[in-house]
Design a protein around this ligand. Structure first.
Ligand SMILES: Nc1nc2c(ncn2[C@@H]2O[C@H](COP(=O)(O)OP(=O)(O)OP(=O)(O)O)[C@@H](O)[C@H]2O)c(=O)[nH]1
Ligand SMILES: [Mg+2]
Length: 319
């Protein structure tokens, strides 16, 4: 293997997470990678860029930058925005956290516009890296969440009305943040060497397929229906621009989020970060932890039988 190819193969990935203060950025990094970043229920907490190193397998490394809440690390002057922009430009993936319960988009839209800047090439580079997250999805609705228990652990799932609400929110935030910049977006993913679809929006080389503009859910589904052999490619292209809901507290949807991150990082990342993606642990919450939250109904994973209602605090956890 040529030195340059080898260097590329072991080059660490860089992921940044940003957003306004208190959207749960540090908590999310902790939930995804078992790190121990400081979090705070009241005050703006992360004041400077915190970088954690994540070791995968086979020499795979990732540096995860946890950025201070926008507007909290000092005056929001051009110098500060430029620093932010530089950090994002050196990142392979940027996660932009927005509180799922928020409907005010102006502050983040304005921040996004400033961070993207005026240079068309930089705007494309940045917009193509960003994935918007709706964090703290557990706070979205008082409808109970389902905790599906198996042994001494389980997973949280949203009830259908909450799922529907989340999908609507994801669409709304995609319209607010991604659609206005559709012309700036070029999204890429790897293919298996047999990709042979010709479409004006697609550019194909030996390893990668790129899509110019925003690939909507309907368009991705239509392409996948016409070319079922390449369904995985269209799914990954679509994932690159979708808005992802999650909850660090309930570990809700963390597996999907990790899949989106790894998919965006490229073909080498799946292998190097398999230890984070290949098992259910990302979404799993021990019963002892789940009991700290109330307003839960616990169903048996297989039969759907009600095991207990958290509101009835003294019921036995295990049968
Ligand atoms: N309900 C709920 N609370 C959460 C979740 N994630 C984080 N929190 C809480 O929200 C508060 C703020 O979380 P942080 O992780 O410190 O937020 P941050 O975005 O890093 O904040 P800054 O560092 O100030 O920018 C803490 O009390 C967390 O416990 C979540 O998914 N659900
Ligand atoms: Mg923080």
């Amino acid at each position: 293997m040529a030195d340059s190819v080898r260097a590329e193969a072991v080059k660490p990935f860089v992921v940044s997470v940003m957003g306004t203060t208190g959207t749960g950025k540090s908590s999310l990094v902790n939930a995804l990678f078992g790190t121990n970043l400081k979090t705070d229920p009241v005050r703006p907490c992360t004041k400077e860029v915190q970088t954690v190193r994540i070791d995968g397998t086979g020499g795979g490394r990732m540096f995860f930058h946890d950025l201070p809440g926008i507007g909290e690390a000092g005056a929001v002057d051009e110098g500060y925005v430029a620093q932010y922009r530089a950090k994002l430009l050196e990142s392979d993936v940027v996660l932009w956290a927005i509180h799922a319960d928020s409907r005010s988009v102006t502050f983040d839209q304005h921040a996004l516009d400033r961070v993207l800047g005026d240079d068309p090439q930089q705007r494309t580079a940045l917009m193509s890296k960003v994935t918007f997250l709706l964090t703290k999805a557990d706070l979205l609705t008082p409808a109970p969440w389902i905790y599906s228990k198996s042994g001494q652990a389980g997973m949280f799932a949203a009830l259908p009305p909450t799922e529907t609400l989340l999908r609507e929110k994801e669409r709304y935030f995609q319209e607010a943040f991604v659609q206005p910049h559709a012309a700036d977006i070029v999204t890429s993913t790897h293919h298996d060497g047999t990709f042979d679809v010709h479409d004006p929006a697609l550019t194909v080389d030996e390893h990668f397929v790129s899509h110019r503009g925003l690939l909507t859910f309907a368009a991705a589904r239509a392409l996948a229906a016409r070319h079922p052999r390449h369904q995985d490619v269209f799914e990954r292209l679509y994932d690159n621009n979708r808005v992802v809901s999650c909850s660090a507290r309930l570990r809700f949807n963390l597996e999907n989020l990790m899949a989106v991150i790894v998919g965006k990082l490229g073909p080498g990342a799946g292998v190097r970060f398999r230890k984070f993606t290949l098992h259910d642990a990302l979404n799993t919450v021990p019963v002892a932890v789940a009991r700290q939250f109330c307003n839960l109904v616990v169903l048996d994973g297989r039969g759907g039988e009600v095991l207990f209602d958290m509101a009835q605090q003294n019921l036995e956890v295990s049968r």
